[in-house]
Each structure stands twice: as C-alpha cells, then as structure tokens.
Ligand binder design. Structure first.
Ligand code: SF4
Length: 354
C-alpha cells in the first residue's frame, strides 16, 4: 500500500482546481490569497484577487497606498480588519525587512493579522517549510480520518501531531494544499464522498461506517438582528459622511451617520437625538428613503434611511474624527459598508431627489 502523502498528492495533481493563485511562486501573492480566503468562499475571492493584483502588483505598491484606497479595493469582501492588517504588515515588510517577506516563523508570525494558519500556509507554499496547515476544511477532514469524537475546536493538538507524521518534508506546500483541496472537493461538510477519496485505507471514520458523524455538531445560537436608522444629512447638494474608527466593526470604512434603534416606534426621534449627541448636528428628517436588509457574519440588520435637513452645524463635536461632505459622484472615492451601498442604490433609483 502507498503511504498517505503519496496517495494524497497524486490525487491532488490529477484533481486540483485551476485557481488564479495556484502554482504561484511569489510569496506576496500567496500571502494575499490566503488572507482573502479566510472565512470567504473561493468563488467570491477570485474577482477581488484579480482586481487587487492589477492595482497592487507587489508589496511596495500596497505599502505606499492610503488606507482608504486599499479598503476601496477590499470593499464588499468583508472582514475589513484583514485588509487593514495586511496593509500595515506590508508597510512593516518594506520598512523593517527590506521589502522581503520574512521566511522564519517567529518573524512572519509577528506581522499584523498573521495567525497560525496564515503563517503555516505561506511558509509551506512559498518557502517549503514543513509546517502543517489546519483550517476549517482540514479540521473536518482530520476529525474523520482519526475519528475524533469531541467538538472539532478541541482537536488541534491531535490533528497537528498526526499531520506532522504525514506531511511530506520534500513537498510540504503541495501536501498542505492537497489536504485542503480534499476538504473542498471530496470530504464535504454534510456528506463526504468517500467513493472518490484517495485515503480511505487510512480513514478510521470511513471504517466506522458513519464518517459523516464527525466532527461532532455543536448547536449555534441564533444570529441576532438589529434595527438601525441612518441619516442622509444634506447641506446644499452634498451629504455628510464619517469614517468609522479603525478598531470597530467595519473599521476604516466610511458611512452615513446612523444609530441602533431601541424603540421601533420612534426611529426618527432617536436619530435626531443621537446625532445631536454624537456629532453635534441638529437635524430634521424630511423624507423616508427606504429600508434595506443586510446579513453580516454575526448579526443581521434592517436599516431605515432618511433624508435630513441640517438645522445647525455649528456644533460639530469630535473635530478630529474624520468626516466629509460629498455629492453622489463622490461615493466611488470612499469605501462604504454594503448596507450603505444598498441605500445608495435606492437613492439612485429615486434620482437622488430629497
Ligand atoms: Fe473524508 Fe471519506 Fe476520505 Fe475519510 S474516506 S477522509 S470521511 S472522504
């Protein structure tokens, strides 16, 4: 019988998907693809990756760009802290490592946003280091291969130990990509296609007759729902936008000012009150624009949008907070959350009439 890595890698060579970053040798592009792929589907990432590489072909082009610009290219991909961290990490590589991505685990792991998974992936794919990757797909595959009965989160040490035995030291990058691909194409979440699997002889879950029982399912709490109201505050033909703090959800993106509504019957009243408290503007809602829905990873939101008249803008609080006045043409220059874009789409349908 062939050994585990030989069977797995031979299968991979015949069955791997053609992806824009597959076979890539440039550590920067490998690193970028791994950051984009975190918690995001391959099909979603492909156009963002291609677009990004066109504008930012190397590390120095990222390091020299403004945060607004890199976030604009990330707009719609979600988990924006990935982009902010990658931007800062590229600047550190330029300033501290002479533009060369460090190929030692201790150095690479210190860069912003680089966790165990990203470090293992980049170091094995780009520099041939024999470090196993353990992401969601690999954890699922491993929990079936070793018939791990606990929730998958508890299995990292067991999985790592087994993978360190199996990984091909001559070809660690290809081995890692092969086991990830097995999780994406064959050992699927709901139904493993064992008939197509190259490593059934090694799979204790398969031999048990019920591999789909692994990993053990844990019930997730329901996703919370928020009701929000946002103001399009007009001053002549321009409206007000503000930048979200870097350390917040959707940090670094620009937005229409808004509030979470606690009393659904008085959305407008609460909007007026909270905007005066937080920004200092006195406003008057004049027209409802519409309502949009959006689902983030951790909550869902219903956003009610209002055209608002500015009564008094002499009270702008928090003057260091970034803010600006833009016309509808200015939207393309700033990164906004998807939920704001949905409101802009309604405004566009209404020809931006107030
Ligand atoms: Fe997954 Fe089945 Fe292969 Fe085991 S034999 S790794 S359960 S696809």
């Amino acid at each position: 019988m062939s050994d585990f890595p030989t069977l797995l890698i031979n299968w991979y060579r015949k069955n791997k998907r053609l992806l824009p970053w597959r076979g890539e040798k440039d550590p920067y592009k490998i690193w970028l693809s791994e950051v984009m792929l975190q918690q995001t589907q391959v099909e979603t990432v492909i156009p963002f990756y291609k677009n990004w590489i066109q504008r930012f072909p190397d590390i120095s082009s990222v390091a020299e760009a403004s945060q607004d610009e890199v976030l604009k290219y990330w707009e719609g991909l979600g988990y924006y802290s990935r982009c902010r961290n990658f931007h800062r990490a590229c600047q550190i590589v330029i300033n501290n490592y002479d533009g060369k991505i460090p190929n030692q685990l201790e150095d690479f792991r210190k860069l912003p946003g680089v966790g165990d998974y990203t470090a293992a992936a980049v170091l094995s794919f780009a520099f041939g280091k024999s470090t196993p990757v353990i992401d969601g797909n690999v954890s699922r595959v491993m929990s079936r291969l070793v018939k791990f009965s606990e929730p998958v989160e508890k299995g990292r040490t067991v999985f790592r130990k087994q993978l360190e035995e199996w990984i091909d030291p001559e070809n660690p990058g290809e081995f890692n990509q092969a086991i990830m691909e097995l999780g994406s194409l064959v050992c699927l979440r709901n139904q493993p296609h064992c008939i197509k699997c190259p490593v059934t002889d090694f799979c204790v879950g398969f031999k048990s007759g019920s591999p789909e029982k692994y990993p053990r399912k844990v019930s997730r709490s329901p996703i919370p729902h928020k009701t929000m109201a946002a103001a399009v505050i007009w001053n002549n033909s321009k409206f007000f936008i503000q930048k979200r703090p870097s350390n917040s959800l959707l940090g670094g993106l620009w937005e229409l000012p808004g509030v979470e509504v606690t009393n659904k019957k008085s959305k407008e009243h609460q909007l007026v009150k909270d905007i005066k408290k937080c920004i200092g503007f006195e406003i008057q809602p004049v027209n409802k624009i519409g309502t949009v829905q959006h689902a983030y990873s951790h909550f869902k939101v219903t956003l009610h949008g209002y055209h608002c008249r500015l009564i008094n803008n002499n009270l702008l609080k928090n003057p260091t907070k970034k803010h600006g006045w833009i016309s509808s043409d200015g939207i393309s220059h700033y990164p906004f959350p998807r939920v704001n874009h949905k409101l802009f789409e309604i405004l566009q349908e209404q020809n931006w009439e107030q």
